[in-house]
Design a binder for this molecule. Sequence first.
Ligand code: COI
Length: 364
Amino acid sequence: MALSFPVTPAAHPRSDSERAQILVNPGFGTNFTDHMLVATWTDGQGWNDGKVVEYGPITLMPSAAVLHYAQEIFEGLKAYRHEDGSVWSFRPEANAQRLNRSATRLALPQLPEEDFIGSLRALVEVDQAWVPGFGEGEKSLYLRPFMYASEAFLGVRPAKTVTYSVIASPAGAYFSGGLKPVTLWLSTRYARAGAGGTGAAKCGGNYASSLAGQLEGMEHGCDQVVFLDSSTQTYIEELGGMNLFFVMKDGRILTPQLTGSILEGVTRASILELSKELGLDPREESIEIEQWKDGVRSGEIVEIFACGTAAVVTPVGELRWDGGSAPSTAGENGGEVTNSIRERLLDIQYGRAEDAHGWMTRLV
Ligand code: COI
């Protein structure tokens, strides 16, 4: 039977004016709505005790397995306000399926797709006033479902008590510079993930392992880091929080093929579809880092962009590494193809274009 999520209304919700003030300039990931959703899984009982309660601190024993062994996964997706006031999400079933693939890899329980989508609906319904208005630029309500080993136990084995939760955060552009191209640091010292590891899973550990590289990049004036395959340091993988695309002079649009150590981005998969409709020739291939360096110099690569739920489509500028750099192809605000893919995606998400693929699901 599907989980239900009875609501206990927040005792101290923000006032209309406090909320309106936050929604003027929400930033990313710093403000949260008045409620959160929680459900518990126990070995034997399965999923139970679903509920929506006031957003606030959670109680965990210091021995909770997640704090020691990082048995945790998450998802990221957005709720968009359409012109008629309704609220929609983009391909939530793809997130539900990826959550379950991540759960398999991290030895966490499966969450039925209907409960995943039901959980988004339940939280967005109660906090719908937090979804920014239609036509207010690139604003949305970012939804963060996550699942973690909450059992208080220090033995190394899959937890027998697990918590699933959803929190929601009004969001503007992920990068404060807007469409300004991001400068990337090529990490040759650190890898994000390795063969047989957890790279394809959306688990906190992958993001933790990207941070030393991110720090190194920041020390060199870069915004984000590019990771290569850990075995040969030859092939481009991803940025850690975003996938990469290369627009070629001859109309091909290339993205690194999925190897098991690259995150299977929902935005990535959608761009592979949309680019065909824009007359491009999408390919998933192994791409060597030398192809990047040579391609921007020879003019074979005309645009490079990064993509993800949070950052949508973001132009990539210069690439730097220890002892060198490859120039930007992006101009001031990204190239023509980058921007047309970005607009096409946003038009579908905000209901400004026909949803020919059936990608949108109404939440409220
Ligand atoms: C997303 O794009 O939703 C991500 O997960 C990237 C980052 C904010 C963790």
